[in-house]
Design a protein. Structure first.
Length: 186
């Protein structure tokens, strides 16, 4: 039996869900971001207990089919951007459609209807967050980051970064360094 869990986006979330399943005596075969497969059918009482325990930790057991589909899309995007060493070289729409097994237009319409934002804007927001993370690590220069994040050029990355954050990547990086220097001097 598959269960879908909203806001499950990290390894810590997976550990928390595993612990809650164990507490309820439920046996799982897989616990992935947003999806849990348990071996047995879950009783209404255990489902309610799991739902309550997850809510206390900021997670949500989902029942609505549209919400589950949206959550799957979000998980695909999160894994694609944050947990892969390289982004796919194909169009994101083709990638998402292939992984999800649905026509991209259908997915995009449902996502926009429910979330009030396009999949494209959701992807851009995640890419910019990843760029911020890479800038803070200070292991890659802007050219390497733009290549890694599949931007056509540093200029394209910089334009998109400024549009989303209001700052240039260089200004953002220097701002963070100044904060670090201040903290080091305390």
């Amino acid at each position: 039996m598959k269960l879908y869990i909203k806001y499950m986006v990290s390894l810590r979330c997976k550990l928390l869900v595993k612990a809650e399943l164990k507490n309820l005596g439920l046996h799982y075969t897989t616990v992935e971001l947003g999806i849990v497969e348990i071996m047995e059918n879950i009783t209404a009482e255990k489902r309610e207990k799991l739902k309550t325990a997850l809510l206390a930790s900021g997670l949500e057991l989902m029942d609505d089919k549209k919400a589950m589909l949206i959550e799957k899309i979000k998980i695909v995007i999160t894994e694609m951007i944050h947990y892969n060493d390289e982004l796919p070289k194909v169009n994101y729409s083709d990638y998402i459609s292939k992984i999800m097994g649905y026509d991209y237009t259908y997915l995009a319409n449902i996502f926009s209807e429910v979330k009030g934002i396009t999949i494209e804007h959701y992807i851009i927001a995640h890419k910019i967050e990843k760029v911020k993370e890479l800038l803070l690590y200070d292991e890659l220069n802007l050219t390497e980051i733009s290549y890694r994040m599949n931007y056509s050029s540093v200029s394209h990355l910089s334009t998109q970064f400024k549009k989303v954050t209001g700052l240039t990547p260089t200004f953002f990086k220097n701002l963070q360094e100044k904060k670090r220097n201040t903290l080091d001097n305390l």
